[in-house]
Design a protein around this ligand. Structure first.
Ligand SMILES: [Zn+2]
Length: 303
């Protein structure tokens, strides 16, 4: 009897959520005790947009303790389903930046991401180890375009001339002024990140959780970069979502919108962290290329 009344209460809560959803952008009510999604933020990219403090001197206008969850490099048949299960269990909506060739290989997972209300952004077709920066501008643009079409074909069953969701993240954050201008002319937003879990490095889920929570404590929220292609991240996710709830963080779900999104400027003294990393990686790779030896470690494990 008690269980029946609990079920009834949940049904009533869901009904209220559905009503408020039709009135605006309030997300659907979530079962009691879940982290949930606190609000939906529409991102307009008319004339272009570049956000994420790791790379750009501006980011999304998030409030204190607000978090946008983003996942790169999927869909991956071995790990993405567990990531989706963890998000669903906590009623959390995220954004996936898909690699086109992975979407082509795993269209059912791309369709599941869409069906479960997540946002599908783009992360190039081939995720070249040398990054798009070391391709010609024409080749980089062709790879991005092919990726967006492969993602949309996998998720929606068809691809038009422009992506359904104009959100893009560069592999390795390695942008170029020319390709940035091309994306801006197509009204496509470029996403960096405000913080990450460094999950391209091998570590236990426990260590990864401690690392990302310590970083979130410092930044008080922001755009978080994770990789749904990493088993350690999939394994960490249930505890991570529980920790976010316990420490009062709120999930913001980003979706495309009209106009041009507001941004928040970086604090005084900002510098690009990713530019320094890209320079170091290129120097290391160039050194290895001059000294034949062990296999070059590519950037695929990076971002
Ligand atoms: Zn990546």
């Amino acid at each position: 009897m008690q269980r029946l009344s609990v079920l009834f209460a949940v049904l009533i809560a869901c009904g209220n959520g559905a009503a408020s959803h039709s009135e605006g952008n309030a997300p659907r009510a979530c079962p009691a005790g879940t982290l949930g999604t606190s609000r939906v933020l529409e991102i307009g990219a008319q004339g272009g947009l570049e956000v994420g403090f790791k790379t750009y001197p501006r980011s999304l206008p998030l409030g204190d303790h607000e978090v946008v969850l983003t996942f790169d490099d999927g869909p991956d048949a071995a790990t993405t389903p567990a990531v989706l299960d963890a998000l669903a269990a906590q009623c959390v909506k995220a954004t996936f930046f898909l690699i086109g060739r992975n979407a082509q290989a795993n269209p059912r997972i791309a369709r599941r991401e869409l069906a479960e209300g997540h946002t599908i952004g783009h992360h190039s077709f081939s995720h070249p180890a040398i990054t798009l920066r070391r391709l010609s501008t024409a080749a980089a643009e062709a790879d991005i375009d092919k990726g967006m079409k492969a993602d949309d074909l996998a998720a929606y069953g068809r691809a038009g001339p422009e992506p359904r969701v104009p959100f893009f993240r560069y592999p390795g954050f390695a942008d170029t002024p020319e390709v940035n201008r091309w994306l801006a002319a197509r009204n496509i937003a470029i996403f960096g990140a405000d913080l990450w879990a460094s999950d391209w490095q091998d570590m236990t889920p426990q260590v990864e959780l401690a690392l990302i929570m310590a970083r979130l404590e410092r930044t008080k929220g922001g755009i978080v970069l994770l990789h749904d292609s990493r088993g350690q991240t999939a394994a960490m996710l249930p505890a991570f979502l529980a920790a976010l709830k316990a420490q009062g963080f709120k999930i913001v779900h980003i979706v495309p919108g009209p106009g041009n999104a507001d941004t928040r400027p970086a604090p005084t003294g900002w510098t690009s962290e990713t530019e320094r990393i890209i320079t170091e990686v290129f120097q290391r790779e160039d050194g290895k290329a001059r000294r034949p030896g062990p296999t070059n470690r590519d950037l695929r494990g990076g971002t």
